[in-house]
Design a protein around this ligand. Structure first.
Ligand SMILES: Cc1ncc(COP(=O)(O)O)c(C=O)c1O
Length: 340
């Protein structure tokens, strides 16, 4: 499968393949597997490393001298873009929500350590439209100043970025095949939609070769994806088009988003998310975060409890990372006693 994208420029930034680990017993006798994309390596790892391989590949191919991207104040995507820029010798500008803190922590600390310039907009955490306007203004400024920026939208969720997860789908299917596992579902947290679109595209490509394919279930952790923005089916079709694979069809029904686990808003912790973080830590030794992977795993547990999949099914959770945010103010869940 990586072959169908072999014509696209790619910067090698991630440690791949990531491990696929067997997890503890779940409700409904599900057999849990965890795809450790928190271990992609780049700048402490996470899902964005896979997208950045193709985004930075394009930037380098275009002769860019700098990268600009945007995110919430504790953006993992921004932190990993900062690390990618450091590896590739590109200047990095990050447009962030909120105000400059007295002392940077979590992802901001790491982004600063990787040498990125942080631009604070004062925007609310979930007001991504404001961030995108600020990104475009900065891109114009840097272009005029001759800095040759390659500008990356929120979450790196363009078709080029999403290719990373089409390739990841094939990587995961090959690992499952080696282990003799036929998963009923692949579950992950979704916020800007690119991880989801890439997986849906990878699934369509895999299916077009006559393989059986699992459900891909995105747990929506932001208002946009929960309301159908971006259009994940369209984005997945753009990814398939990049592969030039005419026989791979993306159906609307392939796109499944469960909005029940976001809670009040993007970035606002939930009781079920915090419980999922504690469960994963105490049963698997995994570290999930309150904005993304904790809510994503809460969605997996909740769907298992609702008997979405037949008893005894294998289900894969893609651990998309997010650990540095635990070390920022408000980033850690309460440490209730075992079992809670
Ligand atoms: C840890 C983590 N998990 C999941 C996601 C969601 O990925 P996407 O933006 O591709 O939907 C993000 C995005 O920032 C993330 O940082």
């Amino acid at each position: 499968m990586p072959g169908v994208f072999g014509h696209l420029p790619r910067s090698r930034l991630a440690t791949l393949p990531t491990p696929l680990e067997r997890g503890p017993q779940m409700p409904g006798d599900l057999r849990l597997w965890v795809k450790r994309d928190d271990l992609t390596g780049l700048g402490l790892g996470g899902n964005k490393a896979r997208k950045l391989e193709f985004l930075c590949g394009a930037a380098v191919a275009e002769g860019a001298h700098s990268l600009i991207t945007v995110g919430a104040s504790q953006s993992n995507h921004c932190r990993m873009t900062a690390a990618a820029g450091a590896m590739l010798g590109l200047e990095v500008h990050l447009v962030l929500s909120g105000d400059r803190p007295e002392t940077p922590s979590g992802n901001q600390l790491l982004s600063t350590l990787f040498g990125a310039q942080l631009h604070f907009t004062g925007a609310e955490e979930s007001h991504w439209g404001e961030l995108e306007i600020a990104r475009e203004a900065l891109a114009e400024e840097l272009t005029a100043a001759g800095a040759g920026p390659y500008s990356i939208p929120i979450g790196g969720s363009t078709a080029v970025g999403a290719v990373g997860y089409a390739v990841a789908f094939a990587e995961l299917m090959e690992q499952c095949h080696e282990l003799g596992v036929r998963p009923a579902a692949i579950v992950h947290a979704s916020s800007s939609g690119g991880t989801h679109a890439g997986l849906v595209a990878g699934r369509a490509l895999w299916r077009s070769r006559g393989h059986e394919v699992p459900e891909v279930l995105a747990i929506g952790v932001a208002q946009g994806v929960n309301m159908g923005r971006p259009d994940v089916a369209e984005l997945a079709r753009d990814v398939v088009e990049l592969a030039g694979a005419d026989r791979a069809i993306v159906e609307r029904a392939d796109v499944r988003v469960d909005p029940d686990w976001m809670g009040e808003d993007y970035g606002v912790p939930t009781r079920s998310g915090d419980a999922a973080i504690r469960w994963a830590a105490r049963h698997g030794g995994w570290v999930l975060d309150r904005t993304y992977s904790g809510k994503g795993f809460a969605g997996l547990v909740g769907n298992a409890e609702r008997a979405r999949w037949p008893e005894g099914s294998d289900v894969v959770f893609i651990h998309t990372g997010g650990q540095p945010a635990l070390f920022a103010p408000g980033g850690a869940p309460g440490l209730a006693r075992r079992g809670q």
